[in-house]
Design a protein around this ligand. Structure first.
Ligand SMILES: [Zn+2]
Length: 372
């Protein structure tokens, strides 16, 4: 059993960009590391430097041809038309960039290491992980590798048989679902915006009995997430009695995110984290989407606080404020005149509201189907 929660990070994420116009041009994990250090939340004993996964580790799920193509793309900083067609590398959503192999292989290496670190129980946080769209032989939706799948295989390899995967990113976890469809020892729960890319994960799609998909309408608020959490996620996970929980905690379902259209505050994510703690002997929390540099940094730093039971201060100390004031969001209107609280706080104002009937009905349908 780990003596304390561990944070897996790396300096490779600092300054790495998918390119000047890509949503993943913004810093994310480096902000979480800097903010956590500024708050005194990341002592040496809590921080683990992420190893880079070797190709032989990645081929536990990805094809050798695809892994070789990723490495070749990094070396050449270019791909052929045949590679683009076959592996979807060098596309608008999955461009060739300087660390196209090293960065995702480091995130994956962290998630695989987490499975090992959790062999005897505990809590691990790998905010660079959560790339839930990656497919065995191709890049997909900003994801080159699928570290959640690799983490779950690693957890299994190290003694966890039954795994609950909970995904509160605004997008459907299509890659993870592809990886574990029909696996009776896996329960996958995905809450995501309906009709948003990749448009999979409809209410009635159950991945051979392994998945509960809750598509939610635009404007999904904190009270609606609380209803999904208490009405579906927690009872389904409790009934499943997992040996391990993997939480993909994508930060793109908050109001300030420029891509989806949901209306959560970061309180919603932190409440899911806290609720899942203690429901299984092993807990791995991953990042995911999130394209506003301030909301991602604040949300994911608050996740680390939740995992440790640290109290989030009303106002950040000057060192923390400096981290947030140093961020830029070039090319987005949200970067022109950020509100003051994006610099001075971690916690958003709660965004409650009505729990709409369609959400109540969908939760009730899934709960009945699962028999919980
Ligand atoms: Zn997403």
């Amino acid at each position: 059993m780990l003596a304390r929660p561990l944070f897996i990070g790396s300096e490779i994420y600092r300054g790495s960009s998918y390119g000047g116009t890509h949503p993943l041009r913004v810093p994310r994990v480096s902000t979480v590391m800097d903010l956590s250090r500024a708050l005194g939340w990341l002592p040496a004993g809590a921080y683990v430097n992420s190893p880079r996964a070797k190709p032989a580790v990645l081929t536990a799920w990805h094809t050798p041809e695809y892994v070789a193509a990723l490495q070749a793309a990094e070396a050449a900083q270019a791909v052929t038309g045949a590679v683009r067609a076959r592996h979807h590398l060098g596309t608008i959503s999955n461009p060739v960039f300087p660390e196209i192999f090293r960065r995702p292989a480091t995130a994956a290496g962290g998630s695989v290491l987490a499975g090992e670190l959790l062999a005897d129980g505990g809590i691990v946080y790998n905010p660079a992980g959560g790339t839930h769209h990656g497919m065995p032989d191709r890049a997909n939706g900003f994801c080159y590798l699928n570290d959640p799948v690799l983490a779950m295989l690693s957890l299994r390899h190290h003694g966890a048989q039954r795994i609950a995967y909970v995904d509160i990113d605004a997008h459907h976890a299509d890659g993870v679902e592809h990886g574990f469809a029909g696996d009776a020892d896996v329960l996958m729960i995905s809450v995501h915006e309906e009709n948003l890319w990749p448009k999979t994960g409809r209410l009635t799609e159950d991945a051979g009995g392994s998945a509960l998909n809750l598509p939610v309408p635009r404007g999904f608020n904190d009270d609606e997430m609380a209803h999904a959490r208490d009405g579906l996620i927690l009872p389904a996970v409790a009934a499943f009695a997992p040996d391990a929980i993997v939480l993909q905690c994508g930060a793109d379902a908050v109001s300030e995110d420029p891509l989806p259209h949901l209306d959560l505050s970061n309180n919603a994510h932190w409440a899911v984290v806290r609720a899942l703690m203690g429901m299984a002997p092993r807990l791995l929390v991953l990042g995911g989407g999130g394209y506003n540099p301030w909301s991602v940094g604040r949300l994911w730093t608050g996740v680390w606080a939740a995992l440790n039971g640290f109290e989030v201060p009303e106002r950040l100390p000057a060192e923390g404020e400096d981290v947030l004031r140093g961020l830029e969001f070039n090319g987005n209107r949200l970067g022109r005149n950020p509100p003051e609280h994006w610099f001075t706080t971690l916690r958003d104002q709660p965004r409650g509201g009505n729990v709409r009937q369609e959400i109540r009905e969908r939760v009730a349908y899934l709960r009945a189907r699962r028999g919980v």
